[in-house]
Design a protein around this ligand. Structure first.
Ligand code: CRA
Length: 817
């Protein structure tokens, strides 16, 4: 008997179908006969919202009226992925939807497919935020996600005929978007610029211009919790639609300028991933959503009160700063408390430091945001005054803690130089209660290296919360076959809300019958993906080869170069006759990666991968042995198709550079084996799944540091390994550029003279582990046994566990009763 704990549908199939009919009629204005899948999609989404409405009200009421502190997750990015199926799953209505839609004469898949995924994030950080709000709702913790409703999300990637990346705008709001409810009646005013004057001994900010922040609310239904939280994304609107005087003078374009300026704020997501963009508009975006959110929280928790007692604010809501992007919230809350509500500095500081906590998501020093004080002064003059004052108070406090003057200097929030800068990570550390990294190794390095001085003096603030992913989207929705097998194996579907139960599969790894069923699931997923690749990309895959995947943003530290060089070396092995094609394990190498539009070497790497694919895929000498597939526009949807179909996953960043990674977790949970370095969460994955079930290679953090110290010379490695030399020479000699030797010259020069992330130094180790991988893959039963053990031991990597860690160690709050 299988125990079923999945949520029960609040609606019958007939009611769902009636709901769709009604929405088609009254919202869409079409008859069932006229309706297209796009109409049915909108109507169905509205039906889901309709049935979630009461739970949404109740969650809000319980939050405001009860004593459970809420969580405000402040994030510049929420990479949500498609909404409809996820909402149906969490609310228990999948079957009713499927049947109702069929009854109306439509294919459920066609309806699901019309949804354009909201790409309001770059990669890991934004997707993590989306997993976290899913888990908060699923655990029943009252929470808001607060962010920006960008009009254009992450660009749509295409490749031109030379294999270069081109970026196309992602205007995801082209068609009706039924999930976001725009609430003009709860807008907030956000101001910028101007000056600070003194009036009656008080500082008064006289801003130069303001925009209207309008909330767009997304329901976030918890899985089987009966709770529905809110993702509130702010959209910028102008107060002055246009200037009538200018308009009357027939200067029409000038007349709409103020509107354009205001609405530009939420127009576009910056496409940089783990590197900051020091542009004024970016700071405007940050302040815009944070200021609106803080005022919104005060409105929500002190309804109708003109003189609320804000000393209780930290007991109403705790704000998590998702990286440094929302850190301007610290001076903003100080300003609100002092200027708007009349609190003194010390009271305001005590409230503020209790309200905020900060998560750091990177270690790359160049990725920590630093703003010129001048820019902040121009845009937010009052905030810059407050930041300077925070800095002064902080330095004074430091003097009571240490006599080490050099240390105190190093810890300045505002640097002491001709053009001072504000270090946002330092401001966040000083202005919040806790600082956490996103995997054990990362948190250690944060404490011991990046924020060493801070952890010396404020050791108690530092903690770790290892990232996690939601099993609802990334196992249940992405991999229904594996989900069914897990439920069968465990005799319950409870693992979907308690992922550690996967441990119960461990004994089944010894059961050959179960392992074979698991292998059959993987094979069927590979066949599905093969059909998907054909349908969506016109590409032929062979599901009887090993599917070897590397999907993530393109970044030098992630080392897609290592993968492509190893692939070229293998190709060269066969071409030169060093290795017989018959001895090569047939492999399909799948890449997915977007590059920041201005990142020169990353874009060149994309071009190289595409051209290696072109050459290899058209070479009869390697036919059936090596195949390269680089689907463009990697996004959440593609991830959901590809991850369940992958045999071998690549997590090969230079040790100490990938803060955590979350793709690594999704692959392990879907039964891929990992080849990886001791970096980020790989370390913890390997610990849990067992060293014998993980392909480890490469230098450790200490070895990397030592090599930097000793002086790293990549050319030495090029000379020492003939296979590496052959691969790099093949890139230089025009094999992948129609004979042109200049095309990749900058990339090759970088490898041979700089190679900052030591790709060449790790090449030999990476190549030699491949034989181990291939030997194991030739033994399907053993391979799949290890894959089952990966699934069984990865339950820790649920975002539910991450959220529980935040609750216990940082937020100190709990689910609603
Ligand atoms: N780029 C890290 O690099 C991490 C995610 C989520 C990143 C990843 O290793 O898994 O955050 N960092 O914690 C980041 O965005 C600003 O820094 C990422 O997504």
């Amino acid at each position: 008997m299988t125990e079923i704990t999945a949520p029960k549908s609040p609606v019958t199939t007939a009611e769902f179908a009636d709901g769709i009919r009604e929405q088609l009629k009254y919202s869409q204005g079409v008859t069932v006969e006229q309706a297209t899948p796009a109409d049915v999609y909108v109507a169905s989404s509205l039906v889901v919202r309709h049935y979630l409405q009461d739970a949404w009200f109740k969650t809000q009421q319980d939050m405001v009226n009860g004593n459970t502190k809420a969580v405000g997750y402040l994030s510049a990015e929420f990479l949500m992925g498609k909404q409809l199926r996820n909402a149906l799953l969490n609310a228990g209505m999948i079957d009713q939807f499927d049947e109702a839609v069929k009854d109306l004469g439509f294919e459920p898949q066609d309806v699901i497919d019309v949804e354009h995924e909201p790409g309001l994030g770059n990669g890991g950080l934004g997707r993590l935020a989306a997993c976290f709000i899913d888990s908060l709702a699923s655990l029943g913790v009252p929470a808001f996600g607060y962010g920006i409703q960008y009009k254009y999300g992450i660009f749509e990637q295409a490749f031109d005929k030379d294999g270069k990346q081109i970026e196309k705008p992602d205007y995801w709001l082209t068609n009706e978007e039924p999930w976001g409810h725009i609430d003009y009646n709860r807008s907030q005013k956000v101001s910028f610029g101007g000056e600070v004057v003194e009036e009656n001994g008080k500082k008064v900010w006289k801003p130069a211009w303001s925009v209207r922040a309008v909330p767009v609310d997304y329901m976030v239904p918890g899985y089987a919790s009966g709770r529905v939280n809110t993702l509130r994304l702010w959209s910028a609107k102008s107060y002055d639609e246009f200037d009538l005087l200018t308009f009357n003078k027939s200067e029409y374009l000038d007349a709409v300028k103020p509107q354009v300026k205001a609405e530009n704020i939420s127009k576009i997501l910056y496409p940089e991933d783990s590197t900051p963009q020091g542009k004024a508009l970016r700071l405007e975006q940050q302040y815009f959503f944070v200021a609106a959110s803080l005022h919104d929280a005060i409105r929500v928790f002190y309804p109708g009160q003109s003189k609320p007692d804000l000393t209780t604010f930290p007991s109403k809501i705790t704000f998590q700063l998702n990286d440094t992007h929302p850190v301007i919230g610290i001076p903003e809350l100080m300003r609100i408390l002092i200027d708007e509500y009349g609190y003194d500095w010390d009271t305001a500081w005590s409230i503020t430091t209790k309200t905020f906590n900060y998560t750091c998501h990177t270690l790359l020093p160049e990725a920590l945001e630093v703003w010129p004080a001048k820019l902040i002064s121009e845009l937010l003059p009052r905030h810059m005054e407050i930041i300077n004052e925070i800095n002064e108070h902080f330095l004074a406090e430091l003097k009571t803690k240490t006599r080490d003057k050099a240390k105190i200097e190093r810890m300045r929030i505002v640097t002491d130089e001709e053009n001072p800068k504000v270090r946002m990570a330092y401001l966040a550390t000083a202005g919040g209660s806790h600082v956490n990294g996103v995997a054990e190794l990362h948190s250690e390095l944060l404490k011991d290296v990046t924020l060493r001085d801070f952890s010396d003096l404020y050791g108690d603030k530092f903690t770790n919360v290892t990232n996690g992913v939601t099993p609802r989207r990334f196992i249940r929705l992405a991999n229904p076959r594996l989900s069914a097998l897990i439920t069968e194996g465990l005799g319950t579907d409870k693992w979907l809300s308690d992922l550690e139960l996967l441990k119960g599969l461990e004994p089944l790894a010894k059961d050959d019958e179960f392992v074979k069923k698991f292998a059959a699931v993987k094979q069927a997923n590979k066949e599905d993906f093969t059909a998907y690749a054909k349908r969506e990309y016109g590409f032929d895959l062979d599901p009887n080869t090993m599917f070897n995947t590397m999907v993530k943003r393109l970044h030098e530290y992630k080392r897609q170069s290592l993968k492509i060089l190893a692939l070229i070396a293998k190709y060269a092995d066969i071409k030169s006759g060093r290795v017989s094609a018959d001895d090569v394990l047939p492999r399909t190498v799948i890449f997915g990666a977007k590059s920041a539009p201005g990142y020169y070497l990353a874009k060149m790497t994309i071009q190289l991968i595409n051209n290696v694919a072109r050459v290899v895929n058209n070479d009869p000498d390697v036919k059936g042995k090596l195949h390269v597939f680089f689907p463009w526009n990697y996004n959440v949807r593609l991830a959901q198709h590809l991850i369940p179909a992958t045999d071998l996953d690549e997590q090969i960043s230079q040790a100490g550079k990938e803060a955590s990674g979350t793709g690594n977790m999704k692959f392990a949970l879907n039964g891929a084996l990992t080849v990886g370095t001791l970096d980020g969460a790989n370390v913890e994955i390997r610990e849990r799944v067992g060293a014998e079930n993980f392909f480890l290679f490469g230098m450790t953090v200490d070895e990397v540091d030592k090599l930097y110290e000793d002086g790293y010379s990549p050319a030495k490695y090029y000379e020492a390994d003939p296979r590496l030399k052959a691969a790099i020479d093949m890139v230089s000699d025009g094999t992948f550029s129609n004979g042109d030797r200049n095309t990749y010259a900058p990339l090759v020069a970088d490898w041979l003279t700089k190679d900052w992330f030591m790709t060449l130094a790790d090449f030999t180790a990476y190549s030699s582990i491949q034989s181990e991988i291939e030997a194991l893959y030739r033994d399907p039963l053993e391979w799949n046994r290890k894959a089952v053990l990966n699934v069984a031991n990865s339950g820790y990597f649920s975002s539910d566990r991450s959220i529980q860690d935040y609750l216990d160690n940082i937020w100190h709050t709990s689910p609603l009763a």
